[in-house]
Design a protein around this ligand. Sequence first.
Ligand code: ADP
Length: 423
Amino acid sequence: MGKVHLQIEGICCSYGAEPVLNGVEFIVERGGLLGILGPNGSGKTTLLKAISRTLKPHLGRVLLDDQDIYRINSIEVARQMAVVPQESHFDFPFTAREIVMMGRTPHLGRFQSESRHDWRVVEQALAFTNSSHLAERRITELSGGEKQRIAIARALAQEPEVLLLDEPTAFLDINHQTEILTIIRRLNKDYNLTVIMVLHDLNLASEYCDQIILLKEGQIYALGSPEEIITSTNINAVYGSKVLIRPHPLHRRPQVILLAKDQAQTKIAGGARVHVVGGGGMATSLLGELVQAGYKVTAGVLNIGDSDWEQAKILGVDTVEAAPFSPVTAENHRSNLDYIEKAQWVILAPIPFGEGNIYNLKALQTAARRGQRVVVIERIPIQERDYTDGKGLLEYRHLLKLGVIRVTGEGEVLRLLQREGQT
Ligand code: ADP
């Protein structure tokens, strides 16, 4: 059997006249673990319905092992594909074991009763979902997380090759979210089960899925690995949210940090450009505050690996970067001057000066001479951070004489910019 397990060929779906999916196509290989992400209403559930033979696309095909699922009978499809709906409603007080046994239905002949094999499969499904102890309990009396495990156990009892899940963690607290996703990933890895799941949590999708589809208005906006898909540009384009992306400290998959939207602040910032001269971690929080406040921030010259450089990378701040532990080159200096020239404000953080970064002071002098607004943060006395035998001190004093704005702390910078922005 080929590697391609499911092939979705240009499907279009609609409810009445309203088109919902428009030319969606992708393939899932056997043993793939695919997450479907997208804002509410982007068509995620509809896509799952089309794949599970519930909503026939009016155009395109869904192929399972090269067979069009809408041309095979539903029992045959159910032997290969199981669906876990978003929320399972159990109206009758069956026991959990009875519910799981219902998953055997596609394998039982008409009027055929359950065999020893069927019971064995049910027990295995219960064990796999950490639910053996729930077998005799009434389904109506179980908690949300327990019900979800039973719903997955029922799907497993179907002995499917493909498992489709619609937001399997939607109504669960974080511990149960992780438990369910760990079970799903184990099924995928240990049993080579092909899994497609709709998720709404970007971070969980990033952590647990191998491939992600990002849906926007019924079309695939992007498809790829979590590293390719979970980027601030994609999230901004699809959800309209401003986010920071950084690797998770343990598994290194990209994680999303949502930046609160403060419309009032953003309006004051009005897209003004601010260039920050930082280094040695002296501009870390300032960079964050400026980005959060809606300024278009640039930075330089920062050494690669420096903590301000790291912060600039996380924030997506355009940065003039020098090689690690190396002096600013003439080319770095020119690029820095280019950024500075475009900025409405240039800010000097209270950074230490060595032979390597004295160029930064020269750049600021150029800006001040041109009449640009240069703000110098004087929180730490220059004498305490000059490591150049007084050369830095001289250049610094020279800069102060060129009519810069002096402030004592970072907190004043944002207030100053906002005050000026409103006038
Ligand atoms: P998602 O799962 O991404 O939130 P859905 O696939 O549920 O999106 O819905 C996509 C669009 O289709 C939405 O605009 C929704 O209102 C519409 N829709 C979903 N189900 C129905 C339905 N049964 N009848 C009419 N419109 C529907």
